[in-house]
Design a protein around this ligand. Structure first.
Ligand code: HPA
Length: 283
């Protein structure tokens, strides 16, 4: 039987063999409806994740499952179109497998994105939220049982999972581009059903500004590996009970797609700055 570490190394080798040369600092995980950013990379090359041994297959429509490398302006990045989710029945180990492979490929910075519902009535659908912190309500954690001396401590510090310096860079970039970027706390449930109105009131009371069904496992694994993380939620809807609209995955994806332009411009500006910022972080 192969160990987690062997599976990760094997997948990293396969990616390296297909996409070499790889000298990329920044990885981007694209959430529901946000995958088109990867199609706009310059000089892009890609690998279907179904061709990579041990890579979990996305079962959700709209999550194509490709690793794309290319340039955002002058900066090389590797983007994942189509993450897998805990609600698809995957284990936490499988959910964070892509992040661990990107870490094994030498990525130092991880931009993690998602579609999310607003719990805070001041957030508006179609806007972006910079994740300042999160509340993990998934009842599970990707580090459980993941004992691997190469991947950092099992008892990973989570005092600043979202790199403070990267957050400042993101806020400044948004200001320059005239994009509204609120900071907030992301509450994360397993899904796949959307929340009830009572659950939404509870999540707001707990301190959440937005809610989604992904991201937190990958962030925890990335922090364990010592990656610097930036998280951005695309607010696709008001959470249940905050509007009369019924929720559907199709509408969430379409709403995320409508932010495509500001999302692309913001990520492009952030990446230029964080890539030239290597080594100056202290988090
Ligand atoms: N709840 C949970 N996840 C989501 C939502 C929501 O309202 N919108 C997009 N992802």
């Amino acid at each position: 039987m192969t160990s987690s570490r062997q599976r990760i190394s094997k997948a990293a080798l396969a990616v390296r063999q297909t996409l070499a040369p790889l000298d990329i600092q920044t990885g981007i995980i694209l959430g529901s409806g946000l995958g088109s950013l990867a199609n706009q990379l310059k000089a892009r090359r890609f690998i279907e994740t179904t061709s990579i041994q041990h890579w979990p297959r996305s079962t959700v429509p709209g999550h194509s499952g490709r690793l794309v490398i290319g340039y955002l302006e002058s900066v090389p990045v590797i983007a994942l179109q189509g993450r897998v989710h805990y609600y698809e029945g995957y284990s936490m180990e499988q959910v964070v497998f892509p992040v661990r492979v990107l870490g094994a490929l030498g990525i130092k910075n991880m931009i993690i994105t998602n579609a999310a519902g607003a719990l805070n009535p001041e957030l508006r659908p179609g806007s972006l939220m910079l994740i300042a912190d999160h509340i993990n309500l998934m009842g599970d954690n990707p580090l459980i049982g993941f004992i691997d001396p190469d991947s950092g401590s099992l008892f990973t510090d989570m005092s600043a999972p979202y790199d403070p310096e990267f957050r400042t860079i993101a806020l400044n970039a948004a200001k320059t581009l005239n994009i509204t970027l609120n900071q907030g706390v992301l509450a994360v449930t397993t899904g796949p059903s959307y929340e009830t109105a009572a659950e939404v009131r509870m999540l707001r009371t707990l301190g959440g500004d937005a809610v989604c069904m992904s991201t937190v496992p990958e962030v925890i694994a990335a922090v364990q590996m010592g990656l610097r993380v930036l998280g951005i939620s695309c607010i696709t809807n008001m959470a249940t009970g905050l509007s009369s609209q019924r929720l559907s995955h199709e509408e969430v994806k379409d709403a995320a797609g409508r932010t495509e332009k500001i999302f692309f411009n913001l990520i492009t500006a952030i990446v230029q700055k964080i890539d030239s910022n290597e080594g100056s972080g202290d988090s």
